[in-house]
Design a protein around this ligand. Sequence first.
Ligand SMILES: NC(=O)c1ccc[n+]([C@@H]2O[C@H](COP(=O)([O-])OP(=O)(O)OC[C@H]3O[C@@H](n4cnc5c(N)ncnc54)[C@H](OP(=O)(O)O)[C@@H]3O)[C@@H](O)[C@H]2O)c1
Length: 266
Amino acid sequence: MKILIIGGGNMGLTYARSFVRAHITSRLDLRLLARSPERVSALSAHDIGTVWGRPGECVPGADILILAVKPQDSPALFETLQGLVQPQQVVLSIMAGVRIATLREALGTPKIIRAMPNLPAQIGMGMTAFTSTDEVSRAELVQVQNLLSTTGKTVYVEEESAIDAATAVSGSGPAYVYYCMDALMSAATQMGFSSAEAELLVSQTFRGAVELYSQSGLSCTDWIAKVASKGGTTEAALGAFGAGQVREGLMAGARAARDRAEELGK
Ligand SMILES: NC(=O)c1ccc[n+]([C@@H]2O[C@H](COP(=O)([O-])OP(=O)(O)OC[C@H]3O[C@@H](n4cnc5c(N)ncnc54)[C@H](OP(=O)(O)O)[C@@H]3O)[C@@H](O)[C@H]2O)c1
């Protein structure tokens, strides 16, 4: 399987490294396309595949094309790909907000997979939602799922609208977690801990709580009930969060992210 990754930034490099580390492809079958000579030489230094500077030299011959450029760079990219993409090639786009219909029209090709990964993909702990056009075969879909799985977990969604929802939940989600962590770290330093101590207390608490949740069959509500005893400290904290106000705020935030994703895709 010959893979071409277009765009060697954060995500492009994450995929290249993950594919090679997982032995899902060899360096010989992995190509990267950059747009500037500086980027070509910088990527070549990573020694993770052949790096090209011109689409005409590397697009033909690839089985899978991965589009990993910023959404705002997509119109210029589509220009350079005119007439190069063949109908048998599978296009996997991770560009936020760029719809399948746009990709199909701009590239003139039917086999399209749209995916939404998130930041922890960089350490193999990512969450990716993906969907595809009907023209992508079962075998091709499995191949791409195997590629995406090298960066973490994946979920296939039938409707493209679910990609916007996943963008709001798992795509932007790490920022919500950091937001909560940051608030708790501020509380810890206010109470007299040093920044390093606050960071340790909070990061280990998040790590431990998530791991405990993952290893059990219990829900979040069950775990809250286990921590919060009647009249105790946790109950005091939950009370101060307001009658569901923090919860409502987080839910409203996710809905706002989903609405923005829909708007950007138009
Ligand atoms: N980062 C995330 O956590 C994340 C999560 C979900 C989805 N995504 C999506 O992933 C995509 C890439 O994000 P990123 O964070 O990896 O961005 P990035 O670090 O800015 O990388 C994008 C790369 O694309 C290159 N590029 C732009 N136009 C090109 C062209 N025509 N041909 C070849 N290369 C081109 C850029 O080259 P230069 O170096 O020359 O500028 C840059 O190296 C975005 O569409 C984003 O929506 C990212």
